[in-house]
Design a protein around this ligand. Structure first.
Ligand SMILES: NC(=O)c1ccc[n+]([C@@H]2O[C@H](COP(=O)([O-])OP(=O)(O)OC[C@H]3O[C@@H](n4cnc5c(N)ncnc54)[C@H](OP(=O)(O)O)[C@@H]3O)[C@@H](O)[C@H]2O)c1
Length: 241
C-alpha cells in the first residue's frame, strides 16, 4: 500500500491534499503543529471511510530541531512527502525580527531538508518516490511586505531544482507547486475591497480553490509523472505570470 507523509496536514491546503489522497487509496501520516483537532477529526473520518488504509497523526514544531529524531522514529514505509507547512507575516523587511526569520527559514527550508535527509532511503525503496513542496507564486516573482517569506519560498524552488538532479537515479522525483491566491484562512485578513482589487488583477478573475492545488499534487504522485522532476507548476490563474 502507498504511504505519504503530509507536513502541515492540519492546515487548509494540507487537509485538502489529505482528503484527495485518502480517497484514492493512500495511507497517510498527517503532521500537525498546534491544531491537533484538525488532524484528529481527519483521522476519525478517514479510518471510518477507508478501513483498509492506515492513518497516523504526528506532531512536530518545525522550529525545534530536537524534535526531529522522535518524529522520524514513527515513520515506517514511505512513498511520498508533501510539504504544505508554512506561515507568513505582512511586514516591511525593516520590521522583520531575526527570530521571525529563523522560524520562517526553519519551517519552510531547514526542517524539510533535515527530514528529507533522514527519509531519503525510505523513498528510494519505493518504486515511485515523490517529494512535493507547496511553494508560492511569491517564490517565483517576489512580493513586497512578504520579502522574507518570498525568500524562503524561492529557496524551496532552488532546492527542488538541485536535489531533483541528485536523486533522479534513485527513482525519486522532486517538484513544487507554486499557488497564487487560494481561498484559505491565510488570505482571511483581506477586506472585501482588497479581495475585489486582488481578483481584478488575476486573469481568471477569481481566487483558486484548495482542490485546484490538491489535484496537481495528486498528479505528481502518479507513476506516469516519473518523467517530470525539478519543476515548479504555477497554479495562479495566470496571476503574476
Ligand atoms: N493559502 C494560500 O493562498 C497560499 C498561496 C501560496 C502558497 N501557500 C503555501 O501553502 C502552504 C499551506 O498553506 P495554507 O493556506 O494551508 O496555510 P495554513 O492553513 O495556515 O496551514 C499552515 C500549516 O503549517 C503548519 N505550521 C505552521 N507553523 C508551523 C511550525 N512552527 N511547525 C510545524 N508546522 C507549522 C500549520 O500547523 P498547525 O495549524 O497545526 O499549527 C498548518 O498545518 C504554505 O506553505 C503556504 O505558504 C498558500
Amino acid at each position: 500500500m502507498k504511504a505519504a507523509l503530509i507536513m502541515g496536514a492540519s492546515g487548509d491546503i494540507g487537509k485538502g491534499i489529505a482528503e484527495e489522497l485518502a480517497a484514492s487509496g493512500w495511507s497517510l501520516y498527517l503532521h500537525y503543529h498546534t491544531d491537533y483537532q484538525s488532524v484528529e477529526r481527519q483521522l476519525q473520518t478517514y479510518r471510518a471511510a477507508y478501513p483498509q488504509q492506515d492513518f497516523f497523526g504526528l506532531h512536530l514544531d518545525m522550529t525545534v530541531e530536537a524534535g526531529i529524531p522522535e518524529f522520524i522514529r514513527n515513520i515506517f514505509q514511505l512513498d511520498a512527502i508533501i510539504f504544505s507547512s508554512g506561515f507568513t507575516t505582512f511586514q516591511l523587511l525593516t520590521e522583520v525580527t531575526s527570530e521571525t526569520m529563523d522560524k520562517m527559514w526553519a519551517v519552510h527550508v531547514k526542517t524539510p531538508v533535515l527530514l528529507i535527509q533522514k527519509l531519503q532511503s525510505k523513498l528510494a525503496h519505493s518504486p515511485n518516490g515523490r517529494i512535493v513542496f507547496i511553494s508560492s507564486i511569491y517564490g517565483e516573482t517576489g512580493s513586497s511586505m512578504e520579502v522574507f517569506y518570498s525568500t524562503t519560498k524561492g529557496a524551496q524552488l532552488a532546492f527542488v531544482k538541485a536535489y531533483s538532479k541528485e536523486v533522479a537515479s534513485l527513482g525519486i522525483t522532486v517538484n513544487a507547486i507554486s499557488p497564487g491566491a487560494i481561498e484559505t484562512k491565510m488570505n482571511g485578513a483581506f477586506t472585501e475591497l482588497e479581495l475585489t482589487g486582488l481578483k481584478e488583477e488575476i486573469p481568471v478573475r477569481r481566487m483558486g480553490t484548495i482542490s485546484e492545488i490538491s489535484f496537481w499534487v495528486h498528479q505528481l504522485l502518479e507513476s506516469r509523472s516519473a518523467y517530470l522532476t525539478g519543476q515548479s507548476i504555477i497554479v495562479s490563474g495566470g496571476w503574476l505570470k
